[in-house]
Design a protein around this ligand. Structure first.
Ligand code: XBP
Ligand code: MG
Length: 232
């Protein structure tokens, strides 16, 4: 029985990567005097690594940026988060199609809703406030985000943490994801997983996922039933 849905954020709730996170990283690099710009295809390669600080370190290892101490990476990333919050506050990043409808249907149906993401809490809060609506701070029963677990996706830890907080079992929980790393994390945590792909993730390997769709779609009164059927 489906009792809980855990939502990924970036790429799933909204297409935040190309016009949000990527742009914010570039603003932070420019401001700090780094001659580095992550263009759209390069950023696609860097998405192999989840987490913003981890992504900067990955680019350093690839030779894309000069070597830096952890503190400098953390400082750059903190500025990136500020820029990201401003971009989101400008209302640039809408929810993906069908997201609001599914959230509302599931909430009405009494399904426990939560978030499980590698994103920084401040970035998540900005998206909830400006793209989703403040009432969702209370409607989500858990907001599991960022460095709260040391190992980010594809490790299962953030899902395991969210389920522990909620007191729900993997058998009754469904993950909504958009990427291979996200799907692997959900699968490793023992969850069923529905994947909604986007431009950055449509060629990822989702072998074994329960359902892979291009988006959640808009027809009313069906989405929750489709997800519930996966659990019977
Ligand atoms: C997506 C990510 C994140 C963002 C940047 O995570 O990999 O790292 O690109 O986030 P998910 P921060 O799809 O699981 O939400 O810079 O805030 O770390
Ligand atoms: Mg994602």
């Amino acid at each position: 029985e489906l009792k809980c849905i855990l939502w990924d954020v970036d790429g799933t709730l909204a297409d935040t990567e190309r016009d949000g996170h990527r742009v914010a990283f570039n603003m932070a690099f420019d401001e700090a005097g780094h001659a580095r710009e992550w263009d759209v295809p390069t950023y696609g390669e860097l998405l192999e690594v989840t987490g913003g600080k981890e992504r900067i370190k990955f680019d350093i290892e690839r030779g894309g940026m000069p070597d830096m101490e952890h503190e400098e990476v953390a400082g750059l990333h903190a500025r990136k988060t500020i820029h990201y919050q401003s971009l989101i506050a400008e209302g640039r990043i809408p929810l993906r199609p069908g997201v609001r409808r599914l959230l509302e249907e599931a909430y009405e149906a009494g399904i426990t809703l939560g978030v499980a993401t590698t994103t920084t809490p401040a970035a998540l809060d900005a998206l909830i406030e400006h793209s989703l609506g403040k009432e969702w701070f209370d409607r989500f029963a858990v907001l599991a985000a960022g460095d709260i677990v040391p190992a980010k996706k594809p490790a299962p830890d953030i899902y395991t943490y969210a389920m522990e907080q909620l007191g729900v079992n993997p058998e009754n929980t469904l993950a909504l994801e958009d990427s291979e790393n996200g799907w692997k994390a959900a699968n490793a945590a023992g969850l069923k997983c529905v994947v909604t792909v986007n431009d950055y993730t449509r060629n990822h390997d989702f072998t074994g996922a329960d359902l892979v769709v291009s988006e959640l779609g808009e027809p009313e009164g069906e989405a929750v039933e489709v997800l519930q059927d996966l659990h019977t």
